[in-house]
Design a protein around this ligand. Structure first.
Ligand code: UDX
Length: 443
Protein backbone atom coordinates (compact mmCIF):
# COMPACT_ATOMS: atom_id res chain seq x y z
CA UNK A 1 0.00 0.00 0.00
CA UNK A 2 1.04 3.61 -0.47
CA UNK A 3 0.89 5.15 2.97
CA UNK A 4 1.47 8.78 3.86
CA UNK A 5 2.20 9.51 7.51
CA UNK A 6 1.86 13.04 8.85
CA UNK A 7 4.16 13.66 11.80
CA UNK A 8 7.61 12.18 12.34
CA UNK A 9 7.69 12.29 16.12
CA UNK A 10 8.07 9.15 18.13
CA UNK A 11 4.97 7.38 16.88
CA UNK A 12 5.06 8.63 13.28
CA UNK A 13 8.67 7.77 12.66
CA UNK A 14 8.54 4.33 14.27
CA UNK A 15 5.34 3.58 12.31
CA UNK A 16 6.98 4.86 9.09
CA UNK A 17 10.02 2.58 9.29
CA UNK A 18 7.98 -0.40 10.49
CA UNK A 19 5.31 -0.13 7.76
CA UNK A 20 8.13 0.32 5.21
CA UNK A 21 9.78 -2.80 6.61
CA UNK A 22 6.46 -4.65 6.16
CA UNK A 23 6.71 -3.83 2.45
CA UNK A 24 4.56 -0.71 2.08
CA UNK A 25 5.68 2.44 0.30
CA UNK A 26 5.74 5.12 2.95
CA UNK A 27 6.00 8.90 2.69
CA UNK A 28 6.61 10.68 5.97
CA UNK A 29 5.68 14.35 6.23
CA UNK A 30 6.85 17.01 8.64
CA UNK A 31 8.19 20.56 8.77
CA UNK A 32 11.20 21.54 6.64
CA UNK A 33 13.99 21.52 9.28
CA UNK A 34 12.88 18.13 10.65
CA UNK A 35 12.72 16.61 7.18
CA UNK A 36 16.13 18.06 6.34
CA UNK A 37 17.60 16.28 9.36
CA UNK A 38 15.83 13.04 8.51
CA UNK A 39 17.10 13.19 4.94
CA UNK A 40 20.58 13.51 6.43
CA UNK A 41 19.77 10.44 8.59
CA UNK A 42 19.81 12.60 11.72
CA UNK A 43 17.31 11.53 14.37
CA UNK A 44 16.12 13.73 17.21
CA UNK A 45 15.11 10.69 19.24
CA UNK A 46 17.21 7.84 20.51
CA UNK A 47 15.46 4.52 20.15
CA UNK A 48 17.13 1.11 19.82
CA UNK A 49 17.37 -0.02 16.12
CA UNK A 50 15.55 3.03 14.74
CA UNK A 51 18.63 4.55 13.06
CA UNK A 52 19.57 1.27 11.35
CA UNK A 53 16.01 0.64 10.17
CA UNK A 54 15.68 4.17 8.84
CA UNK A 55 18.87 3.80 6.81
CA UNK A 56 17.78 0.44 5.41
CA UNK A 57 14.33 1.74 4.39
CA UNK A 58 15.84 4.77 2.69
CA UNK A 59 18.43 2.63 0.94
CA UNK A 60 15.72 0.28 -0.34
CA UNK A 61 13.55 3.23 -1.49
CA UNK A 62 10.59 2.19 0.65
CA UNK A 63 10.58 5.42 2.62
CA UNK A 64 10.63 8.98 1.36
CA UNK A 65 10.03 12.37 2.92
CA UNK A 66 7.89 15.36 2.05
CA UNK A 67 7.04 18.70 3.64
CA UNK A 68 3.71 19.23 1.90
CA UNK A 69 0.71 17.42 3.38
CA UNK A 70 -1.49 17.83 0.32
CA UNK A 71 1.20 16.80 -2.16
CA UNK A 72 2.04 13.69 -0.12
CA UNK A 73 -1.62 12.79 0.39
CA UNK A 74 -2.58 13.04 -3.27
CA UNK A 75 -1.73 9.53 -4.45
CA UNK A 76 -1.83 7.70 -1.15
CA UNK A 77 -4.07 4.71 -0.44
CA UNK A 78 -4.28 5.88 3.15
CA UNK A 79 -3.20 8.88 5.14
CA UNK A 80 -2.08 8.37 8.72
CA UNK A 81 -2.13 11.21 11.24
CA UNK A 82 0.52 10.85 13.94
CA UNK A 83 0.91 14.37 15.27
CA UNK A 84 1.10 15.45 18.91
CA UNK A 85 -2.01 15.99 21.05
CA UNK A 86 -0.46 17.62 24.13
CA UNK A 87 -2.33 18.75 27.22
CA UNK A 88 -4.16 21.99 26.55
CA UNK A 89 -6.42 24.20 28.64
CA UNK A 90 -7.98 22.61 31.75
CA UNK A 91 -6.37 19.25 31.00
CA UNK A 92 -8.19 18.91 27.67
CA UNK A 93 -6.25 17.56 24.68
CA UNK A 94 -4.93 20.29 22.43
CA UNK A 95 -6.00 19.12 18.97
CA UNK A 96 -4.58 22.05 17.02
CA UNK A 97 -2.04 19.91 15.14
CA UNK A 98 -4.73 17.43 14.08
CA UNK A 99 -7.05 20.28 13.08
CA UNK A 100 -4.26 21.81 11.05
CA UNK A 101 -3.88 18.64 8.94
CA UNK A 102 -7.64 18.39 8.42
CA UNK A 103 -7.83 22.07 7.40
CA UNK A 104 -5.08 21.63 4.83
CA UNK A 105 -6.98 18.73 3.28
CA UNK A 106 -10.21 20.70 3.23
CA UNK A 107 -8.61 23.74 1.64
CA UNK A 108 -6.82 21.85 -1.10
CA UNK A 109 -8.85 20.88 -4.08
CA UNK A 110 -7.56 17.31 -4.33
CA UNK A 111 -9.05 13.88 -4.00
CA UNK A 112 -8.61 12.83 -0.40
CA UNK A 113 -7.33 9.26 0.22
CA UNK A 114 -10.21 6.86 0.96
CA UNK A 115 -9.00 6.36 4.53
CA UNK A 116 -7.53 8.61 7.14
CA UNK A 117 -6.00 6.57 9.93
CA UNK A 118 -5.85 8.43 13.21
CA UNK A 119 -2.84 7.26 15.25
CA UNK A 120 -2.73 10.33 17.45
CA UNK A 121 -4.49 9.84 20.78
CA UNK A 122 -7.72 11.84 20.60
CA UNK A 123 -10.67 12.19 23.00
CA UNK A 124 -13.73 10.02 22.47
CA UNK A 125 -15.90 11.35 19.67
CA UNK A 126 -13.12 13.27 17.90
CA UNK A 127 -13.02 10.99 14.83
CA UNK A 128 -16.81 11.25 14.42
CA UNK A 129 -16.57 15.04 14.51
CA UNK A 130 -13.63 15.28 12.12
CA UNK A 131 -15.24 12.93 9.65
CA UNK A 132 -18.49 14.90 9.68
CA UNK A 133 -16.44 18.04 9.09
CA UNK A 134 -14.67 16.48 6.08
CA UNK A 135 -17.93 15.19 4.63
CA UNK A 136 -19.49 18.63 4.97
CA UNK A 137 -16.55 19.97 2.95
CA UNK A 138 -17.22 17.39 0.23
CA UNK A 139 -14.33 15.05 1.13
CA UNK A 140 -15.76 11.55 1.32
CA UNK A 141 -13.15 9.72 3.29
CA UNK A 142 -13.50 7.41 6.30
CA UNK A 143 -11.57 8.12 9.47
CA UNK A 144 -10.28 4.98 11.16
CA UNK A 145 -9.01 5.11 14.73
CA UNK A 146 -6.02 2.86 15.20
CA UNK A 147 -4.24 3.52 18.51
CA UNK A 148 -0.60 2.81 19.22
CA UNK A 149 0.66 1.04 22.32
CA UNK A 150 4.38 1.62 21.83
CA UNK A 151 6.70 1.91 24.80
CA UNK A 152 9.72 4.07 24.30
CA UNK A 153 12.90 2.06 24.43
CA UNK A 154 11.16 -0.95 22.88
CA UNK A 155 8.96 0.80 20.33
CA UNK A 156 10.07 -1.17 17.27
CA UNK A 157 9.66 -4.50 19.00
CA UNK A 158 6.27 -3.40 20.36
CA UNK A 159 5.19 -2.36 16.86
CA UNK A 160 6.26 -5.64 15.26
CA UNK A 161 5.01 -7.87 18.12
CA UNK A 162 2.02 -6.15 19.71
CA UNK A 163 -0.41 -7.81 22.13
CA UNK A 164 -3.25 -6.59 19.93
CA UNK A 165 -4.11 -4.31 17.04
CA UNK A 166 -7.23 -2.20 17.55
CA UNK A 167 -9.18 -0.91 14.55
CA UNK A 168 -12.06 1.44 15.16
CA UNK A 169 -13.94 1.86 11.88
CA UNK A 170 -17.32 2.03 10.19
CA UNK A 171 -16.95 -0.04 7.02
CA UNK A 172 -15.75 -3.44 5.82
CA UNK A 173 -13.54 -1.67 3.29
CA UNK A 174 -11.70 0.19 6.03
CA UNK A 175 -11.33 -2.99 8.05
CA UNK A 176 -9.90 -4.82 5.01
CA UNK A 177 -7.50 -1.96 4.25
CA UNK A 178 -6.14 -1.95 7.80
CA UNK A 179 -5.84 -5.73 7.81
CA UNK A 180 -3.76 -5.45 4.65
CA UNK A 181 -1.62 -2.72 6.20
CA UNK A 182 -0.79 -4.90 9.20
CA UNK A 183 -0.34 -8.11 7.20
CA UNK A 184 2.73 -9.91 8.52
CA UNK A 185 2.25 -8.86 12.12
CA UNK A 186 1.34 -11.82 14.31
CA UNK A 187 -1.27 -10.28 16.61
CA UNK A 188 -4.99 -10.58 17.24
CA UNK A 189 -6.98 -7.80 15.59
CA UNK A 190 -9.92 -6.28 17.43
CA UNK A 191 -12.33 -4.44 15.15
CA UNK A 192 -14.84 -2.20 16.89
CA UNK A 193 -16.62 1.12 16.64
CA UNK A 194 -14.49 4.27 16.67
CA UNK A 195 -15.62 5.62 20.03
CA UNK A 196 -14.76 2.36 21.77
CA UNK A 197 -11.37 2.30 20.04
CA UNK A 198 -10.68 5.87 21.18
CA UNK A 199 -11.55 4.89 24.73
CA UNK A 200 -9.47 1.68 24.62
CA UNK A 201 -6.36 3.81 24.24
CA UNK A 202 -7.14 6.05 27.22
CA UNK A 203 -8.41 3.25 29.44
CA UNK A 204 -5.28 1.17 28.76
CA UNK A 205 -2.91 3.95 29.74
CA UNK A 206 -5.04 4.91 32.74
CA UNK A 207 -5.05 1.33 33.96
CA UNK A 208 -1.27 1.01 33.63
CA UNK A 209 -0.74 4.30 35.47
CA UNK A 210 -3.17 3.12 38.16
CA UNK A 211 -1.18 -0.11 38.63
CA UNK A 212 2.01 1.89 39.15
CA UNK A 213 0.38 4.27 41.64
CA UNK A 214 -1.11 1.28 43.45
CA UNK A 215 2.35 -0.29 43.75
CA UNK A 216 3.72 3.03 45.03
CA UNK A 217 0.93 3.34 47.60
CA UNK A 218 1.61 -0.18 48.89
CA UNK A 219 5.35 0.60 48.88
CA UNK A 220 4.71 3.41 51.38
CA UNK A 221 2.91 0.93 53.63
CA UNK A 222 5.82 -1.52 53.29
CA UNK A 223 8.27 1.17 54.40
CA UNK A 224 6.10 1.99 57.41
CA UNK A 225 5.64 -1.62 58.50
CA UNK A 226 9.05 -3.06 57.59
CA UNK A 227 7.80 -5.25 54.73
CA UNK A 228 9.57 -5.70 51.37
CA UNK A 229 7.57 -4.28 48.47
CA UNK A 230 9.40 -6.48 45.94
CA UNK A 231 8.19 -9.60 47.75
CA UNK A 232 4.70 -8.20 48.18
CA UNK A 233 4.32 -7.39 44.48
CA UNK A 234 5.82 -10.71 43.44
CA UNK A 235 3.15 -12.44 45.49
CA UNK A 236 0.39 -10.16 44.26
CA UNK A 237 1.44 -10.26 40.59
CA UNK A 238 1.68 -14.07 40.56
CA UNK A 239 -2.11 -14.11 40.52
CA UNK A 240 -2.87 -14.24 36.80
CA UNK A 241 -5.98 -12.15 37.31
CA UNK A 242 -3.68 -9.32 38.41
CA UNK A 243 -0.50 -9.93 36.38
CA UNK A 244 3.05 -9.04 37.33
CA UNK A 245 3.67 -6.12 34.96
CA UNK A 246 3.68 -2.46 35.97
CA UNK A 247 3.86 -3.15 39.69
CA UNK A 248 7.36 -1.76 40.22
CA UNK A 249 7.36 0.89 42.89
CA UNK A 250 9.69 3.83 42.42
CA UNK A 251 9.85 7.53 41.81
CA UNK A 252 6.55 7.52 39.91
CA UNK A 253 5.70 7.36 36.24
CA UNK A 254 6.80 9.97 33.73
CA UNK A 255 6.80 10.22 29.96
CA UNK A 256 4.67 11.80 27.33
CA UNK A 257 1.61 9.58 27.71
CA UNK A 258 0.40 8.62 31.17
CA UNK A 259 0.02 12.09 32.69
CA UNK A 260 -1.34 13.65 29.53
CA UNK A 261 -3.85 10.88 28.87
CA UNK A 262 -5.00 10.83 32.48
CA UNK A 263 -5.62 14.59 32.40
CA UNK A 264 -7.49 14.28 29.13
CA UNK A 265 -9.67 11.44 30.44
CA UNK A 266 -10.44 13.38 33.62
CA UNK A 267 -11.52 16.35 31.53
CA UNK A 268 -13.63 14.08 29.27
CA UNK A 269 -15.34 12.81 32.41
CA UNK A 270 -15.94 16.34 33.63
CA UNK A 271 -17.46 17.30 30.28
CA UNK A 272 -20.30 14.82 30.91
CA UNK A 273 -20.56 15.49 34.64
CA UNK A 274 -18.59 12.43 35.81
CA UNK A 275 -15.79 12.53 38.33
CA UNK A 276 -13.22 9.75 38.02
CA UNK A 277 -11.90 9.38 41.58
CA UNK A 278 -9.66 6.37 40.82
CA UNK A 279 -7.83 8.40 38.22
CA UNK A 280 -7.63 11.48 40.42
CA UNK A 281 -6.00 9.38 43.13
CA UNK A 282 -3.64 7.81 40.57
CA UNK A 283 -2.41 11.24 39.49
CA UNK A 284 -2.17 12.54 43.04
CA UNK A 285 -0.12 9.58 44.30
CA UNK A 286 2.23 10.06 41.37
CA UNK A 287 2.65 13.78 41.98
CA UNK A 288 3.66 13.12 45.58
CA UNK A 289 6.51 10.72 44.80
CA UNK A 290 9.33 13.19 44.17
CA UNK A 291 8.37 15.65 46.95
CA UNK A 292 8.35 12.66 49.35
CA UNK A 293 11.88 11.69 48.32
CA UNK A 294 13.13 15.23 48.74
CA UNK A 295 11.56 15.34 52.22
CA UNK A 296 13.43 12.16 53.13
CA UNK A 297 16.69 13.80 52.10
CA UNK A 298 15.97 17.01 53.95
CA UNK A 299 15.11 15.09 57.12
CA UNK A 300 18.60 13.54 56.96
CA UNK A 301 20.46 16.70 55.96
CA UNK A 302 18.72 19.25 58.12
CA UNK A 303 19.41 22.38 56.12
CA UNK A 304 19.37 21.56 52.37
CA UNK A 305 20.85 24.87 51.17
CA UNK A 306 24.23 24.37 49.49
CA UNK A 307 24.03 20.56 49.53
CA UNK A 308 25.04 18.72 46.40
CA UNK A 309 22.82 15.97 44.99
CA UNK A 310 24.11 13.47 42.43
CA UNK A 311 21.46 12.13 40.04
CA UNK A 312 21.94 8.98 37.97
CA UNK A 313 19.70 8.77 34.91
CA UNK A 314 17.49 11.71 34.06
CA UNK A 315 15.18 10.59 31.24
CA UNK A 316 11.78 9.27 32.29
CA UNK A 317 12.96 5.69 31.85
CA UNK A 318 16.01 3.79 30.53
CA UNK A 319 16.83 3.26 26.84
CA UNK A 320 15.49 6.64 25.77
CA UNK A 321 16.64 10.25 25.75
CA UNK A 322 13.07 11.52 26.16
CA UNK A 323 12.74 14.09 28.93
CA UNK A 324 9.01 14.75 28.54
CA UNK A 325 7.39 14.72 31.98
CA UNK A 326 10.52 13.11 33.42
CA UNK A 327 10.32 12.96 37.24
CA UNK A 328 13.82 14.48 37.18
CA UNK A 329 12.31 17.79 36.07
CA UNK A 330 10.14 17.90 39.23
CA UNK A 331 13.19 17.03 41.30
CA UNK A 332 15.14 19.80 39.63
CA UNK A 333 12.47 22.40 40.40
CA UNK A 334 12.44 21.39 44.07
CA UNK A 335 16.25 21.42 44.25
CA UNK A 336 16.26 24.91 42.77
CA UNK A 337 13.72 26.00 45.38
CA UNK A 338 15.76 24.59 48.28
CA UNK A 339 19.14 25.77 46.94
CA UNK A 340 20.42 22.24 46.29
CA UNK A 341 23.13 21.86 43.62
CA UNK A 342 22.62 18.99 41.17
CA UNK A 343 25.29 16.86 39.42
CA UNK A 344 23.89 14.47 36.85
CA UNK A 345 25.05 11.56 34.79
CA UNK A 346 22.95 10.00 32.04
CA UNK A 347 24.11 7.50 29.39
CA UNK A 348 22.27 9.25 26.52
CA UNK A 349 20.64 12.57 27.46
CA UNK A 350 22.44 15.81 26.67
CA UNK A 351 20.88 18.45 28.90
CA UNK A 352 20.51 22.07 27.98
CA UNK A 353 22.01 24.39 30.55
CA UNK A 354 20.18 24.79 33.82
CA UNK A 355 21.32 27.15 36.58
CA UNK A 356 21.89 24.61 39.32
CA UNK A 357 22.92 21.57 37.25
CA UNK A 358 26.30 20.22 36.17
CA UNK A 359 26.29 17.34 33.76
CA UNK A 360 29.12 14.84 34.26
CA UNK A 361 30.79 12.34 31.94
CA UNK A 362 30.61 9.41 34.34
CA UNK A 363 28.56 8.23 37.30
CA UNK A 364 31.69 8.44 39.48
CA UNK A 365 32.22 12.10 38.58
CA UNK A 366 28.59 12.82 39.42
CA UNK A 367 29.05 11.15 42.83
CA UNK A 368 32.26 13.02 43.68
CA UNK A 369 31.70 15.42 46.58
CA UNK A 370 27.92 14.88 46.63
CA UNK A 371 25.95 14.90 49.88
CA UNK A 372 23.53 12.30 48.52
CA UNK A 373 22.91 10.38 45.32
CA UNK A 374 19.62 9.37 43.78
CA UNK A 375 19.15 6.68 41.11
CA UNK A 376 16.26 7.88 38.94
CA UNK A 377 16.28 5.40 36.04
CA UNK A 378 17.09 1.71 36.01
CA UNK A 379 19.71 1.58 33.24
CA UNK A 380 21.13 -1.97 33.55
CA UNK A 381 24.72 -0.67 33.70
CA UNK A 382 23.99 1.22 36.93
CA UNK A 383 23.72 -2.08 38.81
CA UNK A 384 27.23 -2.97 37.60
CA UNK A 385 29.00 0.15 38.92
CA UNK A 386 31.56 -0.12 41.70
CA UNK A 387 29.28 1.19 44.40
CA UNK A 388 31.81 0.97 47.20
CA UNK A 389 34.20 3.31 45.41
CA UNK A 390 31.26 5.46 44.34
CA UNK A 391 30.18 6.16 47.93
CA UNK A 392 33.87 6.54 48.84
CA UNK A 393 34.00 9.68 46.70
CA UNK A 394 30.92 11.26 48.24
CA UNK A 395 30.93 13.94 50.95
CA UNK A 396 28.00 12.25 52.65
CA UNK A 397 27.26 8.65 51.57
CA UNK A 398 23.47 8.76 51.33
CA UNK A 399 22.07 6.59 48.50
CA UNK A 400 18.47 6.92 47.44
CA UNK A 401 17.69 4.00 45.17
CA UNK A 402 14.58 5.33 43.43
CA UNK A 403 14.18 2.20 41.26
CA UNK A 404 15.49 -0.52 43.58
CA UNK A 405 18.42 -1.10 41.24
CA UNK A 406 21.04 -2.34 43.72
CA UNK A 407 21.12 -6.05 44.54
CA UNK A 408 21.00 -7.26 48.14
CA UNK A 409 24.62 -8.37 47.72
CA UNK A 410 25.79 -4.87 46.74
CA UNK A 411 23.80 -3.36 49.60
CA UNK A 412 25.38 -5.69 52.14
CA UNK A 413 28.84 -4.72 50.81
CA UNK A 414 27.87 -1.07 51.22
CA UNK A 415 26.83 -1.74 54.80
CA UNK A 416 30.50 -2.43 55.55
CA UNK A 417 31.37 1.16 54.64
CA UNK A 418 31.23 3.74 57.43
CA UNK A 419 28.10 5.87 57.63
CA UNK A 420 26.44 4.69 54.42
CA UNK A 421 22.70 5.24 54.42
CA UNK A 422 20.80 3.23 51.80
CA UNK A 423 17.20 4.28 51.09
CA UNK A 424 15.34 1.95 48.74
CA UNK A 425 11.68 2.24 47.73
CA UNK A 426 9.15 0.11 49.57
CA UNK A 427 11.64 -1.27 52.09
CA UNK A 428 12.99 0.23 55.29
CA UNK A 429 16.20 2.20 54.93
CA UNK A 430 19.52 0.72 56.04
CA UNK A 431 22.28 2.50 57.86
CA UNK A 432 25.84 1.20 58.19
CA UNK A 433 27.37 1.27 61.63
CA UNK A 434 30.59 3.19 62.28
CA UNK A 435 33.79 1.07 62.26
CA UNK A 436 34.12 1.52 66.01
CA UNK A 437 30.60 0.16 66.65
CA UNK A 438 31.27 -2.79 64.37
CA UNK A 439 34.53 -3.56 66.21
CA UNK A 440 32.78 -3.49 69.57
CA UNK A 441 29.94 -5.71 68.40
CA UNK A 442 32.40 -8.43 67.30
CA UNK A 443 34.19 -8.48 70.69
C1 UDX B 1 3.42 4.13 27.74
C2 UDX B 1 2.57 2.89 27.48
O1 UDX B 1 3.19 1.75 28.08
C3 UDX B 1 2.36 2.69 25.99
O2 UDX B 1 1.51 1.59 25.77
C4 UDX B 1 1.74 3.97 25.40
O3 UDX B 1 1.55 3.84 24.05
C5 UDX B 1 2.64 5.17 25.70
O4 UDX B 1 2.85 5.26 27.11
P1 UDX B 1 6.01 4.72 27.72
O5 UDX B 1 5.57 6.05 28.25
O6 UDX B 1 6.99 4.66 26.62
O7 UDX B 1 4.73 3.88 27.25
O8 UDX B 1 6.68 3.95 28.94
P2 UDX B 1 6.29 2.82 29.98
O9 UDX B 1 7.22 1.69 29.83
O10 UDX B 1 4.86 2.50 29.94
O11 UDX B 1 6.64 3.56 31.36
C6 UDX B 1 6.00 4.76 31.74
C7 UDX B 1 6.51 5.24 33.06
O12 UDX B 1 6.10 4.36 34.12
C8 UDX B 1 8.04 5.30 33.16
O13 UDX B 1 8.41 6.48 33.85
C9 UDX B 1 8.39 4.08 33.97
O14 UDX B 1 9.60 4.22 34.68
C10 UDX B 1 7.21 3.99 34.91
N1 UDX B 1 6.97 2.63 35.43
C11 UDX B 1 6.64 1.62 34.59
C12 UDX B 1 7.02 2.42 36.81
O15 UDX B 1 7.31 3.34 37.59
N2 UDX B 1 6.76 1.16 37.29
C13 UDX B 1 6.43 0.12 36.48
O16 UDX B 1 6.19 -0.98 36.98
C14 UDX B 1 6.38 0.35 35.08
Amino acid sequence: MRLTIIGTGYVGLVAAVCFAKLGHLVTAVDREPIIQDLRAHKLAIWEPNLQEMLETCLHEDRLSFDTDVVHAAKDADALMIAVGTPTGENGRSDLSQVDNVISQLKLADVICPPFIIMKSTVPVGTCDELEADLHAAGLHTEIVFNPEFLRQGSAINDFMNPDRIVIGCRSHLAKAALQQLYRGIPAPIQVCDRRSAELIKYASNAFLAMKISFANMIADLCEGYGADNRQVMQGVGADRRIGSHFLQAGIGYGGSCFSKDLQSLLSSGKAIGRTLPLLEATAQINEERIPQLVEKLISLWGNPRGKRLAVLGISFKPHTNDMRDAPFLTLLRLCYLYGIEVQTYDPVVQLNTFDNVSQMETAYEAAAGAHAMIIMTEWPQFAELDWVSMVGGMSQPILLDGRNVLSDEVVSRLMAVDNVIYIPVGRPMKQAALTLERDISTL
